[in-house]
Design a binder for this molecule. Sequence first.
Ligand SMILES: *Cc1c(COP(=O)(O)O)cnc(C)c1O
Length: 407
Amino acid sequence: MTITDEAIAFEHEHCAHNYHPLPVVISEAEGAWVTDIEGRRYLDMLSAYSAINFGHGHPDLVKAVEDQLRRVTLTSRAFHNDQLGRFCAALARLARHEAVLPMNSGAEGVETALKVARKWGYQVKGVAHDRAQIVVCEGNFHGRTTTIVSFSDDPSARDDYGPYTPGFVTVPFGDIDALRAAITDDTVAFLVEPIQGEAGVVLPPTGYLEAVRELCTERGVLMIADEIQAGMGRAGATFACDLVGVQPDIRILGKALGGGILPVSAVTADWSVLGVIRPGEHGSTFGGNPLAAAVGIKVCELMETGVLQERSKRLGEHVLRTLRGAELPGIKEIRGSGLWWAVELDGTGRTGREVSLELLARGILAKDTHTWTIRFAPPLVVGEADLDAALTTIIEVLAEDVADTGP
Ligand SMILES: *Cc1c(COP(=O)(O)O)cnc(C)c1O
């Protein structure tokens, strides 16, 4: 038994089996690279599902956290702290909204947006008590709370967690006519990932988000963009909605907002929407804590320069050109936006997990989603030579499929 096998068996004995990780035990990381307990190095091409956009241990983020660690880490919202206002101001500016409600995990951010939308529906739109409906998309992923899994259509996320929260209606992602038909006088919001991450980096058809924006405005429905995975430079712009010039009524952010160091999430909106929440009506002990706020401020500063967004866009285009140009067999589709792409296998050869294991053996960390798709999301700071070397390896591994299964 290797020390990796031992470490995995030990974890398996004591930690709930709610994940099925690839067999690598990471002990250190820097930039786009991680090192396992046997000293092997890997290029991180998952970035903790896009939470590590700035790379592991970004010096500015580490410094912001270290400085704040020595000052004060947690006050609760029973008192003010000197970081929260600065964080909310910086994030509101980045999001082009007036106000911010800070939380911790992404799922809490989504829950916050749902609560805000319902309250807005009753208090501003005038929907009858307990009648509010929120439209969501097929193939969505918004987190793991009981309410959020209530409107998931992934059986493994949803089954046996009922009774489910009512008030949600599902339409196909990318289908504007279905959305139009689903909206009633009781509809308060449409919750959408501008690019569906967990579903396998699924992009909407051209013009969809613009049409959603228009329809929501016309019908008095809040457009809620869940940019927890797509945002903060990942898709080639600060927010994926920016790629098509759409400003949602509510933005939900998480993952990279905490710089890959702390769980930091937030909802951004204008006062006409966020103003419905008054003291005591929503909150979180850790939400808006000064340590999280300090890292969030620095994350906003890194985004303000636009350097990483430009890199994401430029290198992402290069990746798609390179992978598509390789004309690999056994592949149904290669799609992406920014440094965020997916390879969907055609289902005749190896599974996404088998390919991910082969990539792991060659020093690349990536993860399958929904059996036949492999998702890639390297840190936005990945070196160009490292990225090119990885692309060569990915192409080699994908090309092998046919060599192995051919006549
Ligand atoms: C990851 C994710 C979430 C949930 O975030 P957690 O921090 O895991 O709770 C919600 N929405 C999207 C789009 C995500 O990718």
